[in-house]
Design a protein around this ligand. Structure first.
Ligand SMILES: Cc1cc2nc3c(=O)[nH]c(=O)nc-3n(C[C@H](O)[C@H](O)[C@H](O)COP(=O)(O)OP(=O)(O)OC[C@H]3O[C@@H](n4cnc5c(N)ncnc54)[C@H](O)[C@@H]3O)c2cc1C
Length: 516
């Protein structure tokens, strides 16, 4: 059966919960109401922090807070979406890895609290194929020559050293005043030295291998092409130490933990967010209108809508309109595309007695690969080391992801099978060996409009700050608003904590009688 994320067929429906948080009421006539828009990681974190804001200093006010999260989908988690195959094994169709599984990563405390099991991915344990001939039927692949692979890495390292020097110089200039940014690919193409004569000077084959290495370094992580990514600010994000680990029972464990005790209204699509001036009288500070006509009034509203949704809907959503700085930030930031096709087989054909790869790569032929290229071929992650099930997950990014998102499920699956057949014994990859498949379409999904945010040409971290900036009683969270850890679950979680502490700080100064 093929399942797209928004259908969420295999996810056990989580009940709408209704035990509102009630802390001791002191000094106010009624509880403060907070509406959180979106019940993904950021939204649930805001709600959970406001529900139990932790130990407070004695002078801090005890404030009664009622938190309600409204969520467009019929499930929790947003871009976290765990589904299950018929054998009970979990597969994450949205976020899968805890990037930087170390103690300072806030996700690890939740992993510990829910007793979850993580399995680290061994990126070195991989196999590389390359396509031979043209990409037209029947296409074949052969395992890559190690010597050639090493040679391509040499080119890559030389190019990357040059790039890092240029990027440091550009960043120094940016500190002095405005600079003209350009795409990562434009910069890479312009780099030459004695050790590296330039991309265009390489023979076709070396170019192809170099480009694959660039894809691996940029497109796989950022879900955007080097033509889209900012050269100056590429890789400005921070990361936690430690490996990259997958959840044995799925990322949904994090969502279930965050959602405990939170009131969530599911199937509630927000159509309008209004806020009113502080001197507008005794009425509500803001109001959220739903597609079904319901209206929720509140003292604060926290918007955790994904960047793609904000870009599409901001003009219709906000009354009054968002400030210019926010609109400009929305226009500059980019949304990357990442899609998955997960296949469960009866028999495992990608492992041998000696080789049990975690990852499988395939370089397409030069004929099919235009420069500068989008990553046209997927890479595969084996879930055998994680769940023990014979599952391969194919990852498609950027243009290839967009194509996959639009393809009917059966066609997408047969394309992935054809690629696998070209690399492994066609007898083993036979459709009869395929038990189940699940396919995503995040790029087409009304409530995510893509994968995750990236700094496009001309965008800077300041745009993330502008997106995070509160507007009156309206606060903002979500992965795109985090400056250090965007595009990740931990970034979304930390952005939720930030928005919650902004509201608590306002309540605290209000209780002390400071002006709003
Ligand atoms: C395919 C894929 C793979 C990824 N892999 C990883 C990974 O391995 N590791 C990692 O750390 N990160 C990964 N990410 C990124 C990670 O999933 C996100 O950064 C994170 O989940 C975002 O959380 P959020 O709360 O900001 O947004 P979301 O989870 O998208 O939450 C926003 C919520 O708002 C809801 N919503 C939208 N519109 C409306 C509306 N009008 N009214 C009401 N509700 C609305 C949405 O349904 C959603 O539930 C991946 C993302 C994708 C798509």
């Amino acid at each position: 059966m093929l399942v797209s994320p928004y259908r969420s067929i295999n996810v056990a429906p989580l009940p709408v919960r209704s035990n509102l948080s009630r802390m001791a009421l002191r000094g106010t006539s009624r509880a403060k109401r907070v509406v959180v828009i979106g019940a993904g990681t950021a939204g649930l974190t805001v709600a959970s922090c406001l529900k139990s804001p932790g130990r407070k200093p004695p002078q801090a006010p005890q404030q009664d807070i009622e938190v309600t999260a409204v969520e467009a989908r019929g499930r929790l988690g947003g871009r976290i979406c765990t589904e299950h195959f018929a054998d009970g094994s979990a597969v994450d169709l949205g976020a899968a890895w805890v990037h930087g599984a170390c103690r300072s990563n806030p996700i690890m405390a939740i992993v510990k609290a829910c007793g979850a099991k993580l399995v680290e991915t061994d990126w070195e344990n991989d196999i590389h194929f390359e396509a031979v001939g043209t990409e037209t039927e029947p296409h074949q692949s052969k395992q890559m020559d190690e010597v050639e692979l090493k040679r391509s890495y040499k080119h890559f390292e030389a190019l990357w050293q040059l790039f890092r020097m240029k990027q440091s110089a550009d960043r120094r200039e940016a500190k002095k005043g405005p600079i003209v940014d350009q795409s990562l690919m434009t910069t890479l193409r312009g780099l030459k030295s004695k050790a590296f004569r330039g991309i265009d000077e390489l023979d076709k084959r070396s170019q192809l291998l170099l480009l694959s290495a660039i894809s691996g370094e940029t497109e796989h992580d950022y879900a955007a092409t080097p033509d889209e990514l900012s050269s100056t600010w590429w890789d400005i994000d921070d990361e936690f130490d430690g490996g990259h680990a997958l959840w044995k029972a799925g990322y949904q464990q994090l969502i279930e933990h965050l959602a405990e005790g939170i009131t969530v209204v599911l199937d509630a699509q927000v159509e309008r967010i209004e806020w009113f001036a502080a001197d507008a009288g005794d009425g509500p500070a803001c109001a959220v209108s739903l597609r079904d006509g319901r209206r929720l009034e509140a003292d604060f509203c926290v918007c955790t809508l994904p960047l793609g949704v904000l870009q599409r809907d901001q003009a219709a959503l906000f009354r009054p309109p968002l400030p210019e700085a926010k609109l400009q930030a929305l226009g500059r930031l980019g949304v990357g595309i990442l899609e998955k096709v997960a296949l469960r087989f009866e028999r495992c054909f990608w492992e041998s007695k000696d080789v049990k790869p975690h990852c499988i790569y395939r370089t397409p032929t030069s004929e099919s690969r235009t420069l500068p290229a989008a990553c046209e071929a997927p890479y595969w992650v084996s879930l055998r080391p994680v769940t023990g099930s014979n599952v391969l997950v194919a990852y498609f990014v950027t243009g290839a992801g967009r194509v996959m998102a639009r393809l009917p499920e059966e066609e997408a699956v047969s394309r992935v099978l054809a690629l696998l057949k070209s690399m492994f014994s066609p007898v083993e990859v036979d459709a009869a060996n395929l038990l189940e498949a699940k396919k995503t379409a995040w790029a087409e999904d009304e409530w995510s409009c893509g994968g995750y945010s990236f700094l496009a040409v001309g965008a800077t971290t300041q745009d993330r700050h502008a997106l995070a900036e509160p507007v009156g009683p309206l606060h903002f969270a979500g992965e795109a608003t985090h400056d250090r850890y965007p595009a990740t679950v931990h970034g979304a979680l930390l952005s939720g904590r930030r928005a919650a502490s902004e509201i608590l700080a306002k309540l605290s100064s209000e209780a002390k009688g400071y002006p709003k």
